[in-house]
Design a protein around this ligand. Structure first.
Ligand code: 2IT
Length: 452
């Protein structure tokens, strides 16, 4: 009997408690269950953590802020959006995590993201707590002036709740360098302070080199470490990627650096298949696609004469590695069956929780490589942490220095996952390893700081 089965009753009891308190929050409950399934057995086997209600405390955000964002669009019409900041856990540092501007944003999404962020940030070795925020505002079809007015209106409330030692937001889906610039400008105006209150800033105003690339680079460094363990490497591998935004862009660049080939990109409209690989000027074209605010990938196919599959997902292509970079639950059991059938080595999550629980189960039951986002995509927030360090020191490190630190952090996370996730048969359960390593750091800090 596996420890998971032995503790099934405790897990179900805990999930019953969590579901009652968080009804109508399916994404949050999905993230909680994933952690509970690995952490409850760990707590039961490590008496130091027993009877302390650690998990009950961890699934309760320290603070949830919800606010109205009103602004005027280009037609002169008044628009009303909802803004949030979920300050989840500050046991090991100031709340830290991105802002997401996307039509799917609601409290459930942001609670799942803030909860995951707490574990992810703990894995980076840097002193950052967990938080997440955003709005149901979508940049799709908006003008630059509208994006500026919305970002300013959003910050007009958020500024009260954040600060360089309190809560340090960054970007996420729909929030890149442009949006962060508008957010930072308004924060600075309101506070009359130039501080490192946001990360992902532009280079000229306190940003860090490598931050734009960091999430994608980190994912590929992690994948390389995992492949090396299996006696393989990225070199010569064909990779399927979803999305075409910031994370996919970093993944494409680093896969190319290491001698692999990314053959797919996707958007809400479908996916493109480029057998020659996304390289050279095609990589820069990804940035133009993002800046166009259209949220479609088809223009890539039109421009470079490759195949476009409307309404389809890239996981039907035969590749060596699948790296979902788009959004939660984008990869389901059918996709998992597809990639298993096509002989994939594994799936590495670059987005947050892109695989459904059923998909994870299929990948892991087939003993294929599965790396959860909270481990694989931690490079983004890790370089955000390095940006905070540089801001505090009032200096700027070179790209080489930041990249070297990023690589070290990703290898360290990989080793920690192996340490806590190695199964008796030698299979590495990276999900279990990441959850336990993250839990230990946050739990030890919470125990030391008393009941607060
Ligand atoms: O999901 C993530 O880790 C991010 N969106 C980055 C957060 C950050 O604070 O850099």
């Amino acid at each position: 009997m596996s420890s998971n089965q032995k503790y099934q009753n405790l897990i179900e009891e805990f999930m019953h408690y969590a579901s009652q308190r968080n009804a109508n929050e399916p994404e949050f409950l999905e993230a909680v269950r994933e952690v509970a399934e690995t952490i409850i057995p760990f707590i039961e086997e490590n008496p130091k953590y027993k009877g302390k209600k650690l998990l009950e405390r961890m699934i309760e955000p320290e603070r949830v802020i919800s606010f109205r964002v009103t602004w005027v669009d280009d037609k002169g019409e008044i628009q009303v959006n909802r803004g949030y900041r979920v300050q989840f856990n500050s046991a090991i540092g100031p709340y830290k995590g991105g802002l997401r501007f996307h039509s799917s944003v609601n409290l459930s999404t942001l609670k799942f993201l803030g909860f995951e962020q707490t574990f992810k940030n703990a894995l980076t070795t840097l002193p950052m707590g967990g938080g997440k925020g955003g709005s149901d505002f979508s940049t799709r079809g908006k003008s630059d002036a509208e994006i500026m007015r919305f970002s300013q209106a959003f910050m007009q409330e958020l500024f009260r709740h954040i600060g360089p030692d309190t809560d340090v937001p960054a970007g996420d889906i729909g929030v890149g360098g442009r949006e962060l610039g508008y957010l930072f400008g308004m924060y600075k105006k309101l506070k009359n302070e130039f501080t490192g209150v946001l990360t992902g800033k532009g280079l000229a105003w306190g940003g860090s080199l490598i931050r734009p690339e960091a999430t994608g680079y980190g994912v590929v460094y992690f994948a390389e470490a995992a492949l090396n363990r299996m006696g393989q490497s990225i070199k010569g591998k064909r990779v399927a990627v979803s999305g075409f935004g910031n994370v996919s862009w970093g993944v494409v660049k680093k896969v190319n650096d290491l001698g692999g080939k990314v053959v797919t990109l996707s958007g809400p409209d479908g996916y493109i298949y480029d057998p020659d690989g996304v390289s050279g000027e095609k990589v820069d074209f990804m940035l133009r696609l993002r800046a166009s605010n259209q949220d479609v990938v088809k223009p890539y196919a039109d421009r470079y004469g490759v195949e476009f599959f409307p309404g389809k997902k890239p996981w039907e292509q035969k590749v060596d590695l699948a790296i979902p970079c788009a959004i939660q639950n984008e990869f389901d059991e059918n996709d998992a069956e597809n990639v298993v059938k096509n002989g994939v080595i594994g799936v590495v999550e670059a987005a947050n929780m892109p695989l459904t629980p059923e998909a994870i189960e299929i990948i892991q039951n087939n003993k294929l490589l599965y790396v959860p986002g909270k481990a694989a995509n931690a490079g983004g927030v890790a370089v955000s942490g390095l940006e905070m360090t540089q801001n505090s020191m009032r200096l700027q490190w070179t790209a080489e220095e930041v990249d070297r630190k990023l690589k070290w952090i990703m290898q360290n996370i990989h080793e920690n996952c192996v340490k806590y996730g190695t199964e008796p048969d030698g299979y590495i359960d990276y999900k279990k390893g990441a959850n336990i390593a993250g839990f230990i750091k946050v739990a030890d800090a919470m125990l030391a700081q008393g009941i607060v």
